[in-house]
Design a protein around this ligand. Sequence first.
Ligand SMILES: C[S@@+](CC[C@H](N)C(=O)[O-])C[C@H]1O[C@@H](n2cnc3c(N)ncnc32)[C@H](O)[C@@H]1O
Length: 401
Amino acid sequence: MNQADAGIRQHIDLVLEAIAAQVVDTNRDPFDINVMHRTACDLIAFYERYWGLSDLSGYSRVIAGCADLAESLACTALMLRYKRQFDAAVSVLDIAYELAPTCLHYLTLKADILREKGAIDAARAVCEQVREIDPNLSELPLVLSQCDVGEQLGPFEEYYTLLQIAHRVRRPSVYLEIGVSSGKSLALAGAETVAIGIDPVTAVPGNLVFVSPENSPKLFRMTSDQFFESADPRAVMGQAYFDMAFIDGLHLFEQVLRDLINLEKYADPDSIVFIHDCLPVNAFIAERVRQSVFWIGDVWKIIPCLKEMRPDLEIVTFPAQPSGLALIRNFDPSSTVLERHFDSIVEHYRQTCLPDHREAVFNLLNVQATTETVFFTSKIALRYGTMETVRCCSETPRSTL
Ligand SMILES: C[S@@+](CC[C@H](N)C(=O)[O-])C[C@H]1O[C@@H](n2cnc3c(N)ncnc32)[C@H](O)[C@@H]1O
């Protein structure tokens, strides 16, 4: 075990201890407790999947730390889910629900696991069962939207996988992320990268649930607008341009447009920008007003906008789960067209609606419906630099070391 791995095991221990200390409070809502356990299991699964750390004792600690049998069974189901043993997970949840029939979130979790397994009709049937008991259960819209994701984007990778490939292939010297949340996407950055995270709520050192075993990011607790106004991005980056950026902050079209305009000033011809949430699976999650936990707003409008206003940009949207990942490149820092027409662009696109048909949506959003990660890799490879960096993709991944 190297020093970085030891450090990350210590970090996982600390997060699990913090969660364990909170879930012992018996006055807590059982749903909140289960959400904390989901975070714990997600954390362990993240390091197994993306950083190849195995033999983590975390799952058994989470399961053993539960205050009652039903919740420890629910945690066992979470572990089985991450190990892709979906049928066993569903059976265990059935017993948990029998023991605690008021815990409807065990049913919604079962629906979500069925959805992940690909049994979408069965997942919808469980949602229907829940709706009959409590039509207003707040988790229901989330799970139902995830069923839409399963139907429309089921065969495609999740966006974290694509971002991880991008980090491995490009090995960016500077990676800038707008919208950090718990740090999961930022935690994919490798040792060679100056990683910069901007978030007005969570970007505080020591605050993130997910951290990279190899990288300590520079964090800015402020909005992206404040960052570009008040920080000196070149000084922060330590060079004149970024290699890779990820826009995943405020999910409104005008903000994403502003983020892109600001980023382009620090781009070079090889810089790539990913934009999350460019492919809504239904109109409900794409409303400008947030109505559910799973909300992506009208970010998608950035694609038709750039196609129209900036035909010089290369734009492709990958149907990554759960809400698409767009890749923009071929930037021109001297271009001012978006900035000059900002108000009229925003006004124009405020009226634009998402087409009804999937084919029309895919056309409008430049979706490349391929499951071939080779295609993705070809799109992110350096074009103007040397190929040295690109060869890194054939290196042995850490997970098989
Ligand atoms: C969807 S989460 C980011 C998830 C993260 N990138 C990941 O994939 O793991 C969105 C985050 O954007 C942050 N945010 C909201 N408005 C923002 C703004 N104007 N500038 C930067 N971040 C913002 C929120 O606080 C929230 O943590």
